[in-house]
Ligand binder design. Structure first.
Ligand code: SF4
Length: 407
């Protein structure tokens, strides 16, 4: 029997249509003014950034905008997310970011809104740049490892000097003068830091959302602290459960924590919208400064060239990208998982965790068909949140009253 056009086959032979891409991460500058010691782009396995132009030529930006519009029209999308990323995007200049946002929006087909944001280390935020970004309707997310200088010891410039003062000043400026443009803080977890101290110090900057990220790593190149000692087998899970309890027990929503909200949603049977949990198809793609279409940067932590697709915005559509085996694997849900995850009772919530964290270089070429290197941590967190939910519903061992706040 012929396979229907535009579809691919599941393991069981049934056809599945790829989910359209909805998030387009545009590299607006390929370098960074910082040299964070854990950075998976500049200190990781993939050195592709060295051969790329620092900023995209105008033709790259124009072709990208047209490809996004083409994809939105083909799939009749009502909205797309466009993330102006780096390196450090502000190295490209706030005016350039504003012009890119304007160009993308101008090309959108009728009925489709482009939500444009940027992710910065905040060290280059000034009142003038902030005004330019705000007037261009660009939401701003800040990357930080905690709200105290000691939390950010790894975030240094190329001479090894701390970036904290400049980052904190930029973040304060954003929170105080443009809170409506502040999308949140992205924080990479360091399990050696006190979890409540990190969370509360970030809260002091009044972020509307905090994204807690597990450091990228895999079975071949494990993240810091893994494999864990027998006495503390899930240090990241323990860290996260402590923050979860602090967040959950606050009695009111002090901020959104996407990791937790998505885990709660999945436990209640609602599909998740993040790539670190669940079985939903992953729908983000990267356009590099030379116009190359790539998979997301986190894959670069696995091996040199892991994110490459061989496609570019001049010769290929984003529908061509959907047909790439790497992107197809990110959309395959259960079919992309190994046997351990398939047999796991937590699989519908965990989904094998972040795709990049499943990688193992072995002779059998099993690649990403492994549990997450954070398997024990994810299991601890999911079970803990399930217990707290059951308690809140009055069905768990604690039999606590339901929460009154509408989380
Ligand atoms: S990574 Fe671990 S917890 Fe997650 S689905 Fe796989 S086996 Fe289960």
């Amino acid at each position: 029997m012929r396979q229907p056009e535009g579809t691919r086959l599941r393991r069981d032979g049934t056809a599945v249509r790829p989910a359209p891409l909805r998030q387009f991460i545009l590299k607006t500058h390929s370098r960074c003014n910082l040299a964070c010691t854990y950075c998976y782009i500049y200190a990781g396995a993939d050195h592709g950034w060295r051969d790329r132009p620092r900023a995209p030529a105008e033709a790259v930006t124009r072709a990208t905008a047209e490809r996004i519009a083409e994809h939105a029209a083909t799939h009749r999308l009502g909205a797309v997310s466009v993330v102006l990323h780096g390196g450090e995007p502000l190295l490209a200049g706030a005016d350039r970011l504003a012009a890119t946002a304007e160009l993308v929006r101008a090309r959108m087909p009728p009925g489709c809104t482009a939500h444009v944001s940027t992710q910065t280390n905040a060290t280059l935020l000034t009142p003038g740049r902030l005004r330019t970004l705000r007037e261009a309707g660009i939401r701003i997310g800040v990357s930080l490892d905690g709200g105290l200088p000691a939390h950010n010891a790894a975030r240094v410039d190329h001479a090894g000097r701390s970036s904290w003062q400049a980052a904190a000043a930029g973040l304060r400026l954003l929170a105080d003068t443009a809170p409506e443009s502040f999308s949140g803080v992205l924080c990479v977890i360091d399990p050696r830091r006190d979890p409540v101290e990190v969370y509360e110090s970030l809260l002091a900057f009044r972020p509307p959302a905090i994204d807690l990220l597990l450091p990228h790593g895999n079975w071949t190149a494990p993240p810091p602290g893994l494999p864990a000692p027998a006495a503390d087998p899930a240090p990241y899970g323990r860290w996260l459960t402590t923050v979860f309890d602090r967040w959950w027990d606050a009695g009111r929503r002090e901020t959104r924590v996407r990791f937790f909200e998505e885990c709660v949603a999945l436990l209640l049977g609602v599909p998740a919208a993040i790539e670190r949990l669940g079985l939903q198809p992953f729908t983000a793609v990267v356009v590099e400064t030379d116009g190359s279409i790539e998979q997301v940067d986190s894959l670069k932590s696995a091996y040199e060239g892991a994110a490459a697709t061989g496609l570019d915005v001049f010769r290929h559509s984003f529908d061509d990208a959907l047909a790439h085996p790497g992107i197809a694997a990110r959309q395959a849900g259960l079919a992309a998982l190994g046997d351990t995850c398939l047999a796991c009772p937590l699989v519908t919530v965990c989904g094998g965790g972040h795709y990049a964290h499943r990688y193992k270089a072995d002779r059998a070429g099993s690649g990403f068909r492994h549990p997450s290197v954070y398997c024990a941590d994810l299991a601890l967190l999911i079970r803990h949140i399930a217990t707290r939910l059951a308690e809140a519903a009055g069905t768990g061992p604690g039999r606590r009253a339901p929460r009154e706040t509408g989380r």
